[in-house]
Design a protein around this ligand. Structure first.
Ligand code: CP
Ligand code: NVA
Length: 338
């Protein structure tokens, strides 16, 4: 979880993701600067990264595979049915064995304890590619997208900033989250307040949709709770919001609860009508994959939606994390060229 990083470390990852993106995506640069440039870091040269995924993935897997390749390394996709992990072998033994051959482990697991155990016994860094409780790399992509679109929230700024400049500043925002208390929300809760943003959350009143205790403990330890309003009325939650975020009501593994959940979340769909009292310039974010239950087509495909830029940014933020944590084992040093 990003709760394990300091706010400066999180900003360093974002700055680095923006840097990697702007130097390696020449079509984003002004016409005069459109000469393709090679990737500035080859920190994964001759290195192998294990992608230990026990759940499905499109964005996270593609980001990891393409990022590792551009950093000069190789990502090995190890799906649930491919290896012994979780079936014939304990996480402890798998962590030691995989860590003995690879230089990093990016793991998508079921229960969060599994990744804690991997991290405890792995001789190489372990990054969370999604667990029952947390989805840290999603929050990084969201934040990069918001910084890139800072002009929407600043009336004085008239257009997108030049892409060849450092990461644009973001004014303090009000970020509303409507829906289930998912892994995606949890990393937002421990991150946005520390970066100066307020959060307003609405979830149904049943205990199943409230923040799990281990997550809320981290939220309060970090003092983030002071910047979070949490209620049950989605209209109240979006009042004054600059950004509205949601996630699926039926996360992976909850398929059997679908009928009950659709009933419990009635009235929580993000629509223009629901968000009438948000900041008139509000923007929409979603981690994807999306179902029409939680957000209608008008918002999802409309001009407020930043969902596909957010999806693109999974790659650059995961690349930054791979470069600094797997390639250089360093989140604080100055060795990365700016
Ligand atoms: N947002 C996200 O994690 O998508 P995938 O499940 O497709 O990786
Ligand atoms: N909360 C969702 C996120 C998917 C990226 C899930 O865990 O399935």
């Amino acid at each position: 979880t990003l709760a394990d990083l300091t706010a400066p470390q999180i900003m360093r990852l974002l700055d680095h993701a923006h840097y990697l993106k702007r130097v390696s995506t020449p079509w984003l640069a002004p016409q005069s600067a459109r000469t393709p440039r090679r990737m500035p870091s080859q920190s994964l040269y001759n290195k192998s990264i294990a992608l230990l995924f026990s759940k499905r993935s499109t964005r996270t897997r593609l980001s990891a595979e393409t990022a590792a390749q551009l950093l000069g390394g190789r990502a090995l996709f190890l799906g649930r049915d491919d290896i012994q992990f979780g079936v014939n072998e304990s996480p402890r033994d798998s962590a030691r064995v995989i860590g003995g051959m690879c230089q990093g482990i990016f793991a998508r697991v079921g229960e969060h304890e599994e990744i804690e155990e991997l991290a405890r016994y792995s001789p190489v860094p372990v990054l969370n590619a999604l667990s029952s409780l947390w989805h840290p790399t999603q929050t990084l992509a969201e934040l990069l997208t918001l910084h890139e679109n800072a002009h929407f929230f600043e009336p004085a700024l008239t257009g997108p900033p030049p892409t060849n400049k450092p990461l644009p500043e973001l004014k303090p925002l009000t970020v509303a989250y409507i829906g289930d208390s998912t892994n995606v929300l949890h990393d937002m809760l421990v991150t946005y307040p520390r970066l100066g943003h307020k959060m307003r959350v609405a979830s149904p009143p049943q205990p199943a949709y409230q923040c799990p205790k281990p997550v809320w403990d981290r939220v309060t330890q970090l003092g983030c709770d002071k910047s979070i309003w949490w209620g049950t009325d989605p209209k109240e939650a979006v009042k004054g919001a600059d950004v509205v975020v949601t996630d699926t009501w039926i996360s992976m593994g909850q398929e059997a609860e679908k009928a009950q959940r659709l009933q419990d979340f009635a009235g929580y769909q993000v629509t223009e009508a629901l968000c009438r009292e948000a900041n008139p310039n509000w923007r929409f974010l979603h981690c994807l994959p999306r179902k029409p239950d939680e957000v209608d087509d008008e918002v999802f495909y409309g001009p407020r939606s930043l969902v596909f830029p957010e999806s693109d940014n999974r790659k650059w933020t995961i690349m930054a994390a791979f470069d600094l944590l797997f390639g250089k084992w360093d989140l604080t040093g100055e060795e990365v060229q700016k």
